[in-house]
Ligand binder design. Sequence first.
Ligand code: BG6
Length: 470
Amino acid sequence: MLNKNFLWGVATAANQIEGAYDQDGKGLSTADVLPGNIRKKYIFSPNELLKHKFSYYPSYKAIDFYDHYKSDIKLMKELGIKSYRMSIAWTRIYPNGIEEQPNEKGLEFYDKIFDLLNEANIQPMVTLSHFEMPLYLTKKYNGWANKKVINLFEKYAKTVFLRYKDKVKYWLTFNEVNSVTVMPFHSGGAITNDKSQITQLGYQCLHNQAVAAAKANKLCHEIIPNAQIGCMIQYSPIYPYSCHPDDFWAAQNFERTRETFATDLFVRGQYPFYTKRLFDQLDIKINTTPDELKILQDHSADFIAISYYMSLTMARKDFMSQTTEGNIFSGLKNPNLQSTKWGWQIDPKGLRIALNQLFDKYQKPICIVENGVGMKEKLINGTVNDQGRISYLRSHIRALEEASDDGVKLMGYYVWSIFDLVSNSTGEMSKRYGLVYVDVDDNGHGTFNRYKKASFDWYKKVIETNGKEL
Ligand code: BG6
């Protein structure tokens, strides 16, 4: 049984919906230099990215939430959600990240959104940085590789906490922060030309982000005493491919070094016990100070937020052939699971496992801030009969209800997403995630009109019955 305050929601990110990339004083962000269909290549290997001029950048217009927010929030109200997870574009507030004064127009834009949400009885949950930061900070400091960015982020966080203290009670620092160890540019604005340095760079960014998050947690608690601020990671349970002890070890090692390493820092406030050996093996050295380590310890996150899309399967090195796609990490094909068109393996039971594992480890409330499925879809007679999405969501909600009955303390569940939006990993629009169809194609053409899919009414009912009617 879910408690009556359970946060049923939907989630989006600024650069995937807003558009208006240069309006009202907004600066360029790292997301604004990512192209459309050939995006994946640059996410993991951005070296040449800044030298290229592409013909089309999906974030420029995205789904034009900037001009549709009033009617879009009306749809949210009609859906009956209790909470809306969204992100603030740092570059609307501080266009280059370094200005003395914030951009008033940017602040006003989010004021209008929060006011409408509050009028509709929808609690905003706000991510401070969802896979973007001022591009200027990449060029000047190499993003999160440089500790100077910590104070700039602190200034930005302070500005928005002070401005929205009466309007926003739920905050998240960085989206899927554990991803920075494999994609330091996309997740941390940092680039290296030397492939062998990616891990070193990624873990240094993670450290600096952990310190920045701890400082933001402190500020948030001081400025908005009744707020909660969480650490957000991408989490998948990692299955061993066989019962060979080496496969089990490979799975366990992956889980802790790529996933819960981050939650140890952000939630437990400490480097995990195996850090020295790991860093020796990886031949990396992280620049930390005693003051920073104390800050981590003193100002940890209040809750754990996860995105859940799939489980992953790992084996010892020699058996790691035939990997399948995942949103950030890829693993082996699991013969027991079906996959989406993009190779993401569908595993509702994995969500129950994930929630139990994380709660067991940290004993902190958990919020599922992203779960959903991308599909190729066509509008027929003004709607989409997306039974595939309904069955995906139904099975995952059942799994979280099982976890809740197991005793896991759950805060909420957010569908990714209410609208079809620009895919983060591929830049496509045709990888559709919405409960609402948006008429835009992969090249940004279309009417931008919104059409409710069958899943919209289905999810509305789920919310009305607090998850009883699935
Ligand atoms: C998560 C991200 O990794 O997955 C979102 O936080 C993203 O930004 C979502 O959109 C789905 O991934 P994709 O690549 O299919 O858009």
